[in-house]
Design a protein around this ligand. Structure first.
Ligand code: RNT
Ligand code: ZN
Length: 425
């Protein structure tokens, strides 16, 4: 096992890094203060492969899939919270939790999704209060008999549509209750799986039905200090390869027309598209954005987020454009083939590191070069920045926030795996 750097080494490396950045006119302390204020919404569903606690052993539907059978998946909300407590202790900053409706705690009773109430999330809310976390929320329009046809809010069957409208209405109220209780607005995000495996004869009618359903869902005015509505489109799902009712254009139009948040998921576009390029365009027309930071490998595979070019580009856009205040950053991936707690920690750390790197850019200089038409200088500087000692800044940030520095976070997870995760059959 490698030895850890001492605190003195971390501080020395940081002091040198501060000087190197100062030479570029970058104020590192200011960047760290900004970074400390960013709250990322961790997705609860990484901890149990999008299972939830409604019907143990229930099948995951909706055209999404978690592959792998690494041991240690959370089986109860208490286990999931314990896992999350560990994850948060390994990550600098104060971060949020993103819940799905299927994570309700109904005390063993079966409660239909249309009847879910804030009380079914009271233990989550209490935990969030104690740990001072914000909560975000999602109605669950999959893994349910009434979603078996593959259609929910866009179904031709009016009773199916009504069921899901009622579920979404219940969820917005739960979101508002969470936001009110915690003093920070809950983003309630609607994603539906609706689509067709094969070529449709009518692409128009389901979209008109979806529009009508969403209007019914959003009819009730809720206090924006408590609940913010978001809608998430998609390109295709497993078993719905030919047609997705809620496409990118559908939701862009819907969000603009209704001034709700648009959710951009990095896995939901053609593979050569990046959501990095969409942020500045969309924010001209919608009030705020929700990001589902994910990583698709060949398809919308929801791999663990890593420090990729794509991730860096997304975070650069948020920082360069001054968009952080209008963007809610959430993660969305589910890998069941590795330690699930590590998957959360690795992805969240990657997101924060990419944010830090973006915050350390000498933006005035870069823009100056660009405006002057000096694209040679712009390219050279951008390349140079990649190798500046930003990792020393990150280590110091972790030290200051009293979380493990460097690779040592994995040691904590391995200990937890031995103590706790390995005991879960
Ligand atoms: C599916 C969407 C959606 C889900 C979660 C579980 O493709 O990305 O956001 O991943 O709601
Ligand atoms: Zn998503």
């Amino acid at each position: 096992m490698m030895t850890q750097p001492t605190d003195a080494q971390i501080r020395n490396a940081y002091a040198l890094a501060v000087e190197r950045y100062a030479a570029f006119g970058v104020d590192v302390e200011r960047a760290l203060a900004t970074l400390a204020g960013v709250s990322i919404s961790l997705h609860c569903w990484q901890g149990d492969d999008v299972g939830g606690f409604e019907a143990p052993g229930g099948e995951l539907t909706g055209g999404i899939a978690a592959t792998g059978n690494y041991p240690g998946k959370a089986r109860t909300a208490d286990e999931l919270r314990r896992d999350l407590d560990l994850v948060y202790s390994l990550i600098p900053g104060a971060h949020r939790l993103n819940l799905h409706a299927i994570y309700a705690e109904t005390g063993g009773r079966q409660v239909e999704r249309t009847d879910l109430k804030p009380e079914h999330f009271s233990r989550w809310i209490d935990w969030a209060k104690e740990t001072r976390r914000g909560l975000d929320f999602n109605p669950t329009l999959f893994s349910h008999p009434k979603a078996a046809s593959g259609m929910t809010l866009a179904s031709y069957d009016a009773s199916i549509r009504q069921f899901w409208v009622d579920h979404c209405i219940a969820c917005r109220r739960i979101g508002a209750a969470m936001g009110k209780a915690l003093g920070t607005a809950c983003v309630t995000n609607i994603w539906i799986p609706d689509g067709y495996k094969d070529i449709p004869a009518d692409r128009a009618t389901p979209r008109a039905l979806l529009q009508e359903s969403l209007d019914a869902v959003l009819a009730e005015k809720l206090d924006r200090r408590h609940n913010l509505d978001a809608v998430e489109g998609k390109l295709f799902g497993l078993g719905a390869e030919s047609y997705t009712v809620g496409s990118a254009e559908f939701y862009l139009g819907y969000a603009v027309a209704n001034q709700v948040l648009l959710c951009l998921d990095s896995g939901h576009f053609h593979p050569t598209e990046t959501i990095a390029d969409k942020i500045s365009a969309v924010l001209l027309y919608v009030p705020e954005l929700l990001l589902h930071v994910s990583r698709g490998v060949r398809w919308d595979s929801d791999h663990v987020v890593i420090f990729s070019d794509d991730l860096q580009a997304i975070m650069q856009e948020l920082v360069r454009g001054g968009f952080l205040a209008r963007t809610h950053i959430g993660l969305d991936y589910f890998d069941a083939s590795i330690n699930r707690v590590a998957a959360w920690a690795i992805g969240t750390r990657a997101a924060l590191r990419a944010l830090l790197l973006a915050m350390l850019e000498p933006l005035d200089q870069l823009r100056g070069l660009e405006i002057a038409g000096d694209f040679t200088g712009r390219l050279a500087l951008l390349e140079e920045l990649k190798a500046l000692p930003w990792a020393a800044v990150w280590d110091y940030h972790c030290l200051r926030h009293e979380v493990p520095v460097g690779y040592s976070f994995l040691g904590e997870i391995r200990g937890y795996e031995k103590r706790e995760l390995s005991k879960r059959p």
